[in-house]
Write a protein that binds this ligand. Structure first.
Ligand SMILES: NC(=O)C1=CN([C@@H]2O[C@H](COP(=O)(O)OP(=O)(O)OC[C@H]3O[C@@H](n4cnc5c(N)ncnc54)[C@H](OP(=O)(O)O)[C@@H]3O)[C@@H](O)[C@H]2O)C=CC1
Ligand SMILES: O=C(O)CCC(=O)C(=O)O
Ligand SMILES: [Mg+2]
Length: 420
């Protein structure tokens, strides 16, 4: 029996076929988590914009039945102190296949571990998919932001996010340091008495399933290249192995052939015969090259921490994390969420850009096959930005802009749907 989740009347669950395709009823139930901080601002605006787009495209024939589920601070208010992630929330995300969430707070240092990471790990949402595209008219710190057109595939289940960490001075840290020194000959821990330790698991299976999705995406969307981003010169057996396993998979499963003896390789698009280049770049060099020569990069496959950094850095080039959407996906379950966090200083002020949450919902609609509604949202976003009625983040950099609130921007988008 659900404790605090109420299934909306008249809605039906989305289901998954054996080949992982979706059966989407015309009246699907979609769970949403409002989110902490600015979640209270952006999530209601996102719901309103999506409802307006769906109504405009399909009339009464289709409607999303939203079902609120809880995590984070709101969960502790609804379920009681200490209940940050109720089991029925995880179950609902799994059972309903497609869902969307607002940002959740993670304290720095002590306190609870990331609830965002918990959701990804508990549901094995191993792909973090973050497309980065430029909307005409958006203020950008770079000269040619329209050249940024990348899709990040961030490994979402491993790496330093596995949460295997030991606090400096704790018994476990002491034990592990002793083991590393005595059993494994690790003599280079500079200050053993005061070191905290973190462990970074990176597996072949985890790498292969992520890279497989990235290459398949390049094929399905006719992209020219897949770039593996890693720090394998320093972390040889985690990030270096990620690179090697990625190239091996491209050759083994997609027939890629080494260029001039490798490691770069090329595969042929199975239908068009066009070349798709598979290459790699060390992460620090990559961060400067995406600013200097963004047109050289298309699909990016990378590890969890690199992907986190790259997401925000690339978002900045096309206007910031106010319009940076994303999804966390397994083969069957997909949970959509903005790239940004809870931006606590703006919480509850109806101030921030709801664009990331709305564009995450656009990705969700496209994933469901509701392409018309997704297209309408994109068009309304473009028109809203061109009308220069924008939230503070764009207004502060845009000549002649009228600053509107978070809900005000949602309304501008809905108004633009009339003429889109
Ligand atoms: N998936 C998730 O749920 C995520 C959660 N978090 C969590 O969020 C909390 C806060 O993290 P923090 O590092 O401050 O990062 P945030 O992404 O929350 O905010 C950083 C800055 O980004 C800008 N920003 C963020 N959202 C928007 C928006 N919608 N519109 C316009 N500008 C925006 C603001 O810039 P400015 O000050 O210039 O106006 C803000 O101060 C932490 O607890 C963190 O763990 C972080 C990332 C993802
Ligand atoms: O879990 C968090 O609090 C931060 C996550 C994050 O920054 C991200 O997923 O981009
Ligand atoms: Mg991040």
């Amino acid at each position: 029996m659900p404790q605090h989740i109420t299934a909306p009347e008249g809605g039906r669950k989305i289901t998954v076929n054996a080949d992982f395709s979706l059966n989407v009823p015309d009246h699907p139930i979609i769970p949403f988590i409002e989110g902490d901080g600015i979640g209270v601002d952006v999530t209601p605006v996102m719901l309103r914009v999506v409802d307006a787009a769906v109504a405009r495209c399909y009339g009464n024939a289709r409607k999303i039945h939203w079902m609120e589920i809880y995590a984070g601070e709101k969960s502790t208010r609804v379920y009681g102190p200490g209940v940050w992630m109720p089991p029925e929330t995880l179950q609902a995300v799994k059972d309903h296949v497609v869902s969307i969430k607002g940002p959740l707070t993670t304290p720095v240092g002590g306190g609870i571990r990331s609830l965002n990471v918990t959701l990804r790990q508990e549901l094995d949402l191993y792909v973090c998919l973050r497309p980065v595209q430029y909307f005409q008219g958006v203020p950008s710190p770079v000269k040619e932001p329209h050249k940024v057109d990348m899709v990040i595939f961030r490994e979402n289940s491993e790496d330093i996010y596995a949460g295997i960490e030991y606090e400096a001075g704790s018994d476990n840290a002491k034990k592990l340091i002793q083991f590393l020194r005595d059993e494994l000959g690790a003599g280079k821990i500079r200050f053993p008495e005061s070191s905290g330790l973190g462990i970074k698991p990176v597996s072949r299976e985890g790498t292969e399933r992520l890279v497989r999705k990235a290459i398949q995406y390049a094929i399905d969307h006719n992209k020219p290249s897949v770039t593996i981003v890693h720090k394998g010169n320093i972390m040889k057996f985690t990030e270096g192995a990620f690179r090697d396993w990625a190239y091996a998979l491209a050759q083994k499963e997609f027939g890629a052939e080494p260029i001039d003896g490798g490691p770069w390789c090329r595969l042929r698009h199975p239908r068009t015969g066009k070349e798709i280049l598979v290459k790699d770049v060390i992460a620090d060099a990559f961060l400067q090259q995406i600013i200097l020569r963004p047109a050289e990069y298309s699909v990016i496959a990378t590890l969890n921490l690199n992907g986190d950094y790259i997401s925000d850095a690339l978002a900045a080039q096309v206007g910031g994390i106010g319009i940076a959407p994303g999804a966390n996906m397994s083969d069957s379950v997909a949970m959509f969420e903005a790239t940004h966090g809870t931006a606590p200083k703006y919480a509850g002020k109806d101030y921030v850009n709801p664009g990331s949450a709305i564009l995450s919902a656009e990705m969700m609609l496209r994933h469901m096959g509701w392409t018309e509604a997704a297209d309408l949202i994109l068009r309304a976003m473009e028109l809203a930005i061109l009308s220069k009625k924008v939230t503070y983040d764009f207004a502060r950099l845009m000549d002649g802009a009228t600053q509107v609130s978070c809900s005000g921007f949602g309304q501008v988008m809905i108004d633009q749907m009339e003429i889109a």
